[in-house]
Write a protein that binds this ligand. Structure first.
Ligand code: ZN
Length: 157
C-alpha cells in the first residue's frame, strides 16, 4: 500500500489536499471527479446485470438524466397496474420474447426487436404472452428535454 497526497486545484485558486491510502492510477484520458464528501470517483460507473426480474439503472449507475430499467415478465404474467407519467416519455425495447402492451385501450403486439415510444399521458400496461415470457428495456426521459445529441454533443479529441 502506498500513501500519497493528491492535490486538486479548486475554482478559486485554492488547493484541496486529500490524503489517500491507495495509489490511484489514472489513465491519461480519464478525469477525476471529487465529491463534497472527499471521495474520489472515476468519470464512469460500470455495473453488471444478472438474472433479476427488474433492474433500475438510475440507482446502479447513479444516472442523472434518465431512468433505464430492464424488466422480465414470465409467460402469462403482466405488470399488475396501468400507469401514465407526469413529465417523462418512455422508450420500450423488446430484448426477447413476446407479449403485448395496452396503450390507451389499444392492444399492440410485441416481439423481439420491437421498439415503442410512449407519450407521458398515455395509459399503459405490459403483458407477457401465455406461452413465452418477455424481457424489455424501458428508458424514461423528460419529454422535450433532448437538445444536442450524437455529433452535435460529441467532442472529438
Ligand atoms: Zn412508466
Amino acid at each position: 500500500m502506498t500513501h500519497s497526497f493528491l492535490s486538486v486545484q479548486l475554482q478559486k485558486g485554492a488547493h484541496l489536499f486529500l490524503y489517500v491510502s491507495h495509489t490511484i492510477l489514472i489513465p491519461s484520458n480519464q478525469k477525476l471527479q471529487i465529491n463534497y464528501g472527499g471521495t474520489i470517483m472515476a468519470n464512469y460507473t460500470k455495473t453488471t446485470i444478472g438474472k433479476e426480474n427488474r433492474i433500475e439503472l438510475h440507482e446502479k449507475l447513479s444516472l442523472t438524466g434518465a431512468e433505464i430499467s430492464i424488466n422480465e415478465l414470465p409467460a402469462g404474467a403482466n405488470v399488475p397496474f396501468v400507469h401514465s407519467h407526469k413529465e417523462n416519455e418512455e422508450i420500450y425495447g423488446i430484448l426477447s420474447g413476446n407479449g403485448k402492451a395496452i396503450i390507451d385501450g389499444e392492444e399492440i403486439s410485441l416481439s423481439t426487436g420491437d421498439w415503442l415510444k410512449i407519450a407521458p399521458a398515455a395509459k399503459r400496461q405490459f403483458f407477457a404472452s401465455d406461452i413465452s415470457g418477455i424481457t424489455y428495456i424501458c428508458i424514461q426521459v423528460k419529454e422535450n428535454s433532448l437538445e444536442h445529441f450524437t455529433a452535435e454533443d460529441a467532442v472529438i479529441d
